[in-house]
Design a protein around this ligand. Structure first.
Ligand code: CTP
Length: 413
């Protein structure tokens, strides 16, 4: 006989009172409708692991939108609904809870989004990715806190295993390959032996996934606390080169990511630029179209490529600050930061740092208006004078407003 596990004490301990109150209220409201409501997915896993997670996913055997409408009616809560998917989001203050109608999913062909229809909790848990994510907690008042664990997720949590529910799981949805690596590395678990075997077998199925979905998965990886661990594992298993040939999750990358965090400059943009850093310009374009990168990210990658070509110039110890400025200006901060982190030359790094710390803020004191008062008409000549002043400021040839005025007089008379 399996023993009943109750998580109500853990819920009280780990979740803020506002969310606990909401869940109790939601459980009562569902029961009053003769329906069953459950807490599911990642938050159940994290409650059992004692990890923080405030992303509540509630599943209702019934119409989730109608229940959400009722719950949003009280306490100044906002409601967003997606009738097509039977999902709703209730938000108030800094809290947000997802409510979903329990559903079953079928996959017509690999890589396509599933066909969805209302179902039971059992269906809803069966459609999930891994046993550790396929547990639920009852929220009805009479059985509040009971753990429902049809696939022995709790045992797998104890053995630190990431295990799929059935052998075609990665074929149905190959994004689970990336998800599996994320959980394995985040939690310091292992892919269970059969899961690992099937994952390796199904890596080519990632070809069936759209660029948008792949980009989303990669972004989720780059939002992990230590993305380099996931990328290293993805490299070992051929998942990274499947994403784009030439990408590597090696020591160099791990070192650069750690440096980015130490410098307080880790972000998805910087991490992605470092991941792509060793690709050629042409390969970078390939990656941009493979992942259908939106403009800001594509721009960061393109700028990183062009900055890489300028590094030998920046590595010249005798280069003037105004030249450093010209080489770097107009590029986005993530691209410059990635170049700083990736540059081999200490001199180049020093110059990029000088730009970031000081040069990018330098401006001449005199403005166009001041120049007009000195008798210079607006136009190309004024523009040139302002540029020369900027350059003189950057190179420390002038350090005061008075000095600037003298300099301008020297030029115009
Ligand atoms: N899920 C799934 N297959 C997917 C995506 C999601 O089975 N391809 C299920 C899992 O049960 C997962 C839940 O939906 O736990 C919620 O998805 P998501 O928020 O992506 O996962 P979390 O487990 O909450 O992950 P994280 O801790 O990274 O937020």
């Amino acid at each position: 006989m399996t023993e009943t596990i109750n998580l109500s004490a853990k819920i009280e301990e780990k979740l803020p009172a506002e969310l606990v109150d909401f869940m109790r209220q939601a459980g009562e409201a569902a029961t009053a409708r003769g329906q069953k409501l459950y807490l599911v997915g990642g938050v159940v896993r994290d409650l059992l692991l004692g990890r923080a997670n405030l992303d509540l996913d509630l599943v209702l055997e019934g119409d989730a939108i109608s229940l959400a409408e009722q719950l949003a009616g009280t306490g100044g809560r906002r409601l967003k609904t997606h009738p097509r998917f039977g999902t709703a989001k209730v938000q108030w203050q800094r809290w947000s809870v997802d409510l979903t109608t329990a559903r079953s999913e079928t996959y017509d062909k690999p890589g396509a989004l599933p066909k969805v229809k209302p179902g039971s909790l059992a269906d809803d848990l069966f459609r999930r990715d891994f046993t550790i994510n396929a547990m639920a907690v009852e929220l009805a008042p009479g059985s509040y806190g009971h753990l429902i664990d049809p696939y022995r997720g709790l045992d797998d949590l104890g053995s630190k295993l990431v295990r799929i529910l059935h052998p075609v799981s990665f074929i149905d949805d190959s994004t689970r390959i990336w998800r599996g690596l994320r959980y394995e590395q985040r939690l310091d678990f292992h892919l269970e032996a059969d899961t690992l075997r099937l994952l390796k077998r199904d890596v080519p199925m990632l070809d069936t996934i759209s660029g948008d979905r792949l980009r989303h998965e990669l972004e989720m990886v780059l939002r992990e606390e230590r993305p380099e661990k996931v990328l290293r594992r993805a490299g070992e298993l051929g998942v990274l080169s499947q994403l784009y040939p030439g990408l590597t999750g090696d020591d160099w990358l791990a070192e650069k990511y750690a440096d980015a965090r130490t410098a307080g400059s880790s972000s998805v943009e910087v991490y992605l630029a470092l991941l792509a850093y060793r690709l050629t310009g042409e390969e970078t374009e390939g990656l941009i179209s493979r992942l259908r990168l939106p403009n800001p990210l594509a721009r960061t990658l393109r700028e990183t490529v062009s900055l890489k070509a300028r590094l030998p110039l920046l590595a010249d110890a005798k280069i003037a600050p105004s030249r450093i400025y010209r080489l770097l200006e107009g590029n986005s901060l993530p691209a410059i930061t990635a170049s700083l982190l990736a540059a081999d030359s200490a001199v180049a790094r020093q110059h990029i740092r000088l730009y970031l710390d000081r040069l990018r803020y330098v401006r001449p004191t005199l403005t166009g208006r001041d120049l007009q008062q000195m008798g210079i008409a607006p136009g190309p000549r004024m523009k040139e004078i302002l540029e020369r002043l900027h350059e003189a400021r950057l190179d420390g040839k002038v350090t005061s407003k008075k000095g600037e005025e003298e300099m301008v007089r020297g030029w115009i008379f």
